[in-house]
Design a protein around this ligand. Sequence first.
Ligand SMILES: *[C@@H]1O[C@H](CO)[C@@H](O)[C@H](O)[C@H]1NC(C)=O
Ligand SMILES: *[C@@H]1O[C@H](CO)[C@@H](O)[C@H](O)[C@H]1NC(C)=O
Ligand SMILES: *[C@@H]1O[C@H](CO)[C@@H](O)[C@H](O)[C@H]1NC(C)=O
Ligand SMILES: *[C@@H]1O[C@H](CO)[C@@H](O)[C@H](O)[C@H]1NC(C)=O
Length: 593
Amino acid sequence: MRIRIRQIAFLALLVVLLYFYLPLSPAIPTQPYDGYKGRHGGGMYQLAQFMNDPSKVPKIVAKNSSFDWSSVEFTYPPELTPKLPAPPPKRPQIQWHFKPESPRGKVQEQRRLAVKKVFEKSWESYKKHAWMKDALKPLSAGYVDQFSGWAATLVDSLDTLWMMGMRDEFYEAVAAVAEIDFGKSTSGRVNTFETCIRYLGGLISAYDLSGHEALRVKAVEVGDLLYAGFNTENRMPVDFIEFEEAKKGGGLYVEETVVSASPGTITLEFARLSQITGDSKYYAAVSHVMDTFYEHQNETKLPGMWPMYVSMRRKDVVSGYQFTIAGNADSLYEYLPKAHALLGSADPSSAKYETMSRTFMDTAISHLFFRPMIPGNDDILISGNCDVLDEGPHLDPESEHLSCFIGGLFALGGKLFDNETYVQTGDKLARGCAWAYKAMPTGIMPERYNTVICPDQHDCKWDKQVWADEKQKRAEYKPHLPLGFTTAKDPRYILRPEAIESIFILWRITGNTWYRDTAWDMFLAVSNATDTEFANAAIKDVTVEDGGGKEDYMESFWMAETLKYFYLCFVDSDVVSLDEFVLNTEAHAFRLS
Ligand SMILES: *[C@@H]1O[C@H](CO)[C@@H](O)[C@H](O)[C@H]1NC(C)=O
Ligand SMILES: *[C@@H]1O[C@H](CO)[C@@H](O)[C@H](O)[C@H]1NC(C)=O
Ligand SMILES: *[C@@H]1O[C@H](CO)[C@@H](O)[C@H](O)[C@H]1NC(C)=O
Ligand SMILES: *[C@@H]1O[C@H](CO)[C@@H](O)[C@H](O)[C@H]1NC(C)=O
């Protein structure tokens, strides 16, 4: 009886709380997000007044694209169930309990401004030399359209402009977005993955931060374009959308083989699009893709993980033998805990994300992560690659910059699933990447490299002879490499974000100022080595002091991700709090609602 009364009281309380705190479904933000006000009351940046003044928001109406992607008549319409689940009423706290005054201070403010200055230079050059193009070429001040010509850098940078408080530039960019024609493409085949993470992700994030309707309209246009990629016999998405064929609705052919990250990196964007439109169709379509991964997760050659190459045409996600959390597979894994963060586990259709997360994390701990043998014997972890042939799993201690997101992801997963082992593993993985930065003469880690697995994973002692023996076996070894490295197979740094991404997440989760100071060291190294007359450029060789020269190459993730993560390391901890947002694989912030 007492239990009953308690239940009723609890339900009544819940109803009251829901009434006051939850926006009507669909969750459309009514107030622009103003990270600077929060509980610190606006204090140091003096931007709040400008940000919340509605008269400063220009009237911008999105122009319809020349083709209406919502009008395609599907030969193979995807199922419309499962329905989008209600947002979870309660989530575990992710961020450290920061004291209001603790993150403040002059040093951090100077660091914040230094990052912003580098961003402003890149943005100004993009505006001047590559406006509405996909990317600026940072040496020649030329441009390149490699992502269908819809101004990838502009769309990708929108939310960074907002976070940095650059409101004039933000609305200037929104006005340009309102004119983008998603009915025309510079390329006949549209890349599903890149379009999803950069364009759809960028538009959703900018909408979630600013609440500007023009961004929502354009997000729906891109969402419907990508949805047309599900018009296939088995309702699995194509990797590349044949642009003109897709418009006709006759159906598309799913490729024989794709990298697993491609079909695995749609969940966050489609789920959030369903949340902000109130239309479950996007969520339903991608839910079936993830069912395929879920059902076969324990049947692969390395149970708990999926091979790097899969066939969505045959729904074969088990046959391959190469396993990694690095390039080609990375964001398939990244989106599992993050989908749980967005959707919760109360609904049967979303509960699979928690199961898949825990299962893959345990497999990765057992088979992919290793303690390298390095001078100083730091207790760090690096993620390698695992091939499973007849002899069983074989771990190759080869890693790459792309895999550096995994430290942050494990820390996030540890908080989401209340498991300190995952947080500590994430901490060691993030420190592994920080070590690889610091060890190099440029202060930046290479794109791809090898180290030595420590013979004793618990009591690891540097042994020069073991290292000498191991480097003998590597044709790519070069005598100038720092101690501990046996190769720098790809010695470039192409402005990638993954290492600073993990440093940022660990800072916000642990509150350990070592991470902030490390972020600053990394920023100095990166901004110095990549600086050009116009912006920042990829460098050819991080293993030599002068960086080995530059490449005329600056992908949109430089401003969308790398500089954003650096910036977020030095602002107050409630700016883009991990308790309010989940970030997609292009660092776009989706509101948790
Ligand atoms: C865009 O098209 C929709 C119909 O699909 C229409 O309701 C809307 O008014 C159009 N917007 C503009 C700016 O023309
Ligand atoms: C896969 O195995 C894990 C335990 O390792 C289990 O929790 C999970 O439910 C299994 N998945 C499926 C689809 O059976
Ligand atoms: C945390 O995860 C580790 C590794 O999977 C597992 O051994 C341990 O039992 C988990 N702890 C809790 C409290 O769930
Ligand atoms: C960049 O690095 C070079 C070489 O280490 C150094 O001489 C220079 O002072 C650095 N510049 C800045 C702005 O940090």
